[in-house]
Write a protein that binds this ligand. Sequence first.
Ligand code: RIB
Ligand code: CA
Length: 311
Amino acid sequence: MTDKIPLLIDTDPGVDDALALLMAFNDTRHEVVGLTIAAGNVGLQHTVANALKLCEVVGAQVPVFAGCVAPLLHPARDAAYVHGRDGFGDVGYTPATRSVEAEHAALAILRLSHAHAGRLLLVALGPLTNLALALKLDPSLPSRVARLVVMGGAVSAHGNISAAAEFNVAFDPEAAHLVFEAFPAFDLADWEATIAHGLHHPSVVEWLAADSERARFYEAISRKTREWSADRRGDHWHSADGLAMAYALHPDGAAETAERPVAVELAGRLARGATIVDWNRQEGRPDNARILLRYDQGRFETLVREALARR
Ligand code: RIB
Ligand code: CA
């Protein structure tokens, strides 16, 4: 057993997921032991193909496990309008030659939690369907996970897919509810933290000019969403999963956090999928989330820049 921290990433690649994966593969203190793939940004067939391609670009022989093809209960809209129909900017890349594993993502999560019991860092960058299914199969899962980091939610109801809800949680609110109820403590990097830690477009363009295959690949797959973002969100680009991965890999880069009870609204005509934070602890529920409020922006940008420049 190496002394590296075993890292399992549940993800729906997705352009910002890809940046988070590049950051993880560039980290020397963690060993990526698997990628479990969710439907979300785009359909499962694309998110699986994108994960396999990203692994090929970085030369990583990490097992990729396909997960659930749809949310637990209600169908949901994808985010192809942000990431491209294929989730990777519709650049028509040559598919990876490696195949996905036969084992379902939920079963892989459970097996890897036993293999790395007590040491596993689990990072969830997409809808939480696979993790929720794993919990239904084995409710003891949290006892074997050293740390769970979730990209999701909008802690003051500044949503990105509806007025109050963030995409990952809103795509499968029942799954998020099951996860938030099952894990007594998890780290949360939400949409509002993402917006507060934007990346200046000109800096990103400079980083993408690095002489590396990773930078060239990422420049291509991210072009469409960067253009979309510049049109709609101004001079900064936002990488929700990149920030969550920075928090996961280097928690000491968090400048400010808040521990509070967080729950998911499952009903509601206006607020289904909203993450409700009991800021004043009115309800007497335990603090289950350590919410990232501020991260060291320079540290974040260095992690992004170095991940892209890696040859
Ligand atoms: O709301 C942002 C999240 O939704 C990110 O994880 C992005 O990849 C999408 O999955
Ligand atoms: Ca994602």
